[in-house]
Design a protein around this ligand. Structure first.
Ligand code: SF4
Length: 378
């Protein structure tokens, strides 16, 4: 029997495109096999899918390409946002047996988004919002109640309320993996969401996910705090992207609003995609840096530390020294001894904020060559 090799490059969850390809080729009489590394088996067809743009993924793909040349077909957001599955493949029910997977089902009910956030590849990859793209029956196996939804902006769809009602009726436990959009949170949506069993990605506890990427959105969270409160205390995580186009005071405003509203921030660094606009503005440090150093996060999660590392590194690149209170905040809980690497060279660190940045006026910018992150930042 002819074999189709399906390569999951750097996947963190079962790859939907590969599972659909598996069904498609099995229906045509092929055998399919899942490959995790760059060692190709003797197969008739080779498909690789990569969802994330990451140096390790790029390396794995380059290795595969060097071995398979033109025989390798690649796709996924990490490779080519323009390439999509042919309709006859895209409509296949995912072959969960490819991953021997039964923990949850995953899929889309809608595709695309009508908004145009500059950091987001959804509009380019999926186009304008397409409602009724699929139904639960198109990707949820009989008896499965755990569902991960990949929809970019489910609440923006015209049939969002009907879909929420269906989740309630089917008694699904749903993870809104791409987050809910606060702009579309109405009283009616809230009343339905209250009844949906919305959970974290491990399906271990109730959790709703939203995202907040601007100070304007943070004000919406404040405006809609009564609705949010109805979803339950400690049951709302808000994804906050840092390192894109916000100044430090804007990032601080978002984080302090979430803190005030008892929402759980989950900080995520912007990962530039080829051709995407970069990076924080030149006047990034427009806030007294001690406000950040003195912040206390609800958890000591690694993502908070990544944010502090990011600010710390950028401070170094801007002013030529690391600000010690910021390093102390970064290494307060985990990897405590790693701070010693900075302290071993006193010229690298300063505790004298006023020497660089008094928090009132922005100091003159020093030209410092961009250096690799300190090894201690991992
Ligand atoms: S609303 Fe969400 S999905 Fe739509 S463009 Fe913005 S970030 Fe992307």
């Amino acid at each position: 029997m002819k074999l189709v090799a399906l390569y999951d490059i750097f996947g963190k969850m079962p790859n939907l495109a590969l599972m659909k390809l598996s069904t498609y080729y099995k229906n045509k009489g092929y055998k399919t096999t899942l490959c995790w590394d760059a060692q190709p088996p003797d197969a008739s067809l080779h498909y690789a899918s990569c969802v994330f743009h990451h140096p390790r993924a790029n390396h794995a793909l380059a290795m595969l390409r060097s071995r398979l040349g033109e025989d390798l077909v690649t796709g996924g957001s990490g490779v080519d946002v323009g390439r999509t599955l042919a309709p006859e493949i895209d409509t296949c029910f995912p072959d969960y047996s490819l991953y021997e997977w039964s923990r949850y089902a995953l899929g889309f009910l809608s595709r695309g988004c009508n908004l145009r956030c500059p950091f987001c590849l959804v509009p380019e990859k999926e186009g304008r919002l397409e409602e009724n793209y699929a139904t639960f029956d198109d990707f949820v196996p009989d008896g499965q109640r755990n569902v991960i939804l990949l929809d970019a902006n489910l609440l923006a769809t015209g049939n969002a309320y009907a879909l929420l009602e269906e989740m309630i009726r089917r008694d699904y436990r749903v993870n809104f993996s791409q987050t809910l959009d606060i702009r579309y949170l109405t009283a009616e949506a809230t009343a339905l969401l209250e009844q949906v069993k919305s959970v974290n990605s491990r399906f271990t506890k109730p959790m709703y996910y939203f995202s907040c990427n601007s100070a304007a959105q943070a004000s919406l969270f404040r405006e809609k705090q009564d609705l949010l409160r109805r979803l339950g205390r400690d049951k709302i995580t808000v994804i906050v992207m840092f390192g894109f186009d916000k100044t430090l005071s804007e990032e601080y405003a978002i984080l302090s609003t979430l803190q005030e509203l008892h929402l759980i921030p989950f900080l995520q660094e912007y990962m530039p995609l080829p051709g995407c606009p970069p990076q924080p503005p030149d006047n990034y440090f427009d806030l007294d840096i001690d406000r950040i150093a003195q912040m206390r996060f609800r958890t000591n999660g690694r993502n908070n530390e990544k944010f502090l590392s990011f600010v710390s590194q950028r401070y170094f690149e801007t002013f030529g020294q690391y600000y010690l209170p910021l390093l102390e905040a970064r290494y307060r809980y985990n990897s405590k001894r790693a701070i010693l690497r900075y302290l071993s060279d006193p010229s690298l660190v300063t505790r004298r904020k006023d020497r660089h940045f008094g928090g009132q006026a922005h100091p003159p910018r020093r030209e410092v060559s961009r250096q690799p992150r300190h090894a201690a930042d991992g």
